[in-house]
Ligand binder design. Structure first.
Ligand SMILES: NC(=O)c1ccc[n+]([C@@H]2O[C@H](COP(=O)([O-])OP(=O)(O)OC[C@H]3O[C@@H](n4cnc5c(N)ncnc54)[C@H](OP(=O)(O)O)[C@@H]3O)[C@@H](O)[C@H]2O)c1
Length: 327
């Protein structure tokens, strides 16, 4: 039995990992701790929640892998310390999603705390990076919106089935858990319930991440806030390459994801949030609308968009079965 630590345990993704690891038969939750130095152990607010321990580096040192469920800027120094201890690290924040400090600075408007680590990180879009993830020391878990968009988009761009001269439009909607546990005016029940809004138009930090990993600047991303707790639905509008029809794009995706446990490409019908909530799955459909191809992609932001994919990645990094704890 290998041992895992979850740092930043009190947040949404930390609690999700606790639930997943409880069902894992070869990776046990050994440390479930705050990521704040000197933070006292506090009783959980709900009796049903597991307690969060104070951070104890000696106990972290006993683990094989560490999940960092912390905000960007906070994760990188923690990752550095874990790597010095010889641990495998999966970081759920954006700290290692850009291969260079300039890209990170442009997106996050501050200097990267540990730029020397950037070239060694693997961008963990699991189905697309499996070879690099085996035994990986440092994994950058992709953002939730980027996961829902890049899973369908990367194979199509790679197969040259998309007209790169035309702009790809990614219209995404997320449940409020995507913003984490800290209350804000936007995510308060009174403001999100019975409401629906766009935000981050032209400024959202996931846009440069998606552009980078799609390999094109001709891509527009607009996020929206849904009045539900969990789930992302992305509608992607693109012009196919000359002479190519939607069926060819669908075939390409079906071929790319044949045999994949967590990615399903629909033959007909459209996916819904309900089909993926509380699962680690991504459901994709491809349709045609006039001259455009329209792709609908859904995931659970807390699972395939965060903790579920993080566990897939950690399993590969530690040499465990990829789907362990996720069935
Ligand atoms: N929510 C999602 O759907 C989602 C999806 C993909 C990626 N992510 C990323 O995953 C990470 C965690 O997300 P989350 O939704 O779980 O966030 P969250 O609910 O806000 O929890 C954040 C965690 O980080 C800790 N933390 C906050 N500031 C800290 C600091 N300065 N020093 C040390 N610890 C600090 C918090 O501890 P305290 O309780 O002590 O404040 C809490 O345990 C973030 O980087 C987020 O961007 C989230």
């Amino acid at each position: 039995m290998k041992k895992a630590a979850v740092l930043g345990a009190s947040g949404y993704t930390g609690r999700e990992l606790q639930r997943l690891l409880a069902r894992h038969d070869s990776l046990a939750l050994h440390v479930f701790a705050s990521a704040r130095e000197g933070s006292p152990a506090e009783p959980p607010e709900l009796e049903s929640e597991p307690p969060v321990e104070a951070l104890d580096w000696e106990r972290v040192a006993q683990c094989d892998g560490v999940f960092l469920c912390t905000p960007h800027g906070t994760s990188a120094p923690l990752a550095q310390r874990c790597l010095e201890l010889g641990k495998h690290v999966v970081d759920l924040s954006a700290d290692f999603r850009f291969p260079d400090a300039a890209g990170y600075r442009a997106a996050y408007a501050h200097e990267h705390p540990c730029p020397a680590l950037l070239p060694g990180a693997v961008y963990g879009l699991t189905e697309r990076a499996r070879e690099q993830l085996h035994g990986a020391r440092l994994v950058a878990n992709p953002g939730c919106y980027p996961t829902s968009i890049l899973l369908p988009l990367q194979p199509l761009l790679e197969a040259r089935l998309v007209d790169r001269e035309r702009t790809i439009v990614c219209d995404s909607k997320s449940g409020v858990s995507g913003a984490g546990k800290t209350p804000s005016a936007r995510t308060l029940f009174g403001n999100s319930h019975e409401n629906f809004l766009a935000y981050g138009l032209g400024t959202h930090r996931h846009q440069p991440e998606i552009r980078l990993h799609a390999g094109t600047e001709r891509l527009v991303f607009v996020p929206h806030l849904l009045p539900v707790f969990r789930g992302i639905l992305s509608t992607i509008y693109l012009a196919p390459a000359a002479g190519v029809r939607a069926a060819a794009l669908r075939d390409c995706l079906r071929e790319s994801y044949t045999g994949e446990r967590f990615v399903r490409v629909f033959e007909r019908g459209l996916p819904e949030l309900r089909g993926v909530q509380n699962t680690n799955e991504c459901h994709i459909a491809v349709g045609e609308c006039g001259e455009l191809v329209v792709i609908v992609s859904v995931i659970d932001n807390l699972l395939k968009g965060a903790s579920g994919q993080a566990l897939q990645n950690m399993n590969l990094a530690l040499g465990l079965p990829e789907a362990a704890g996720l069935a």
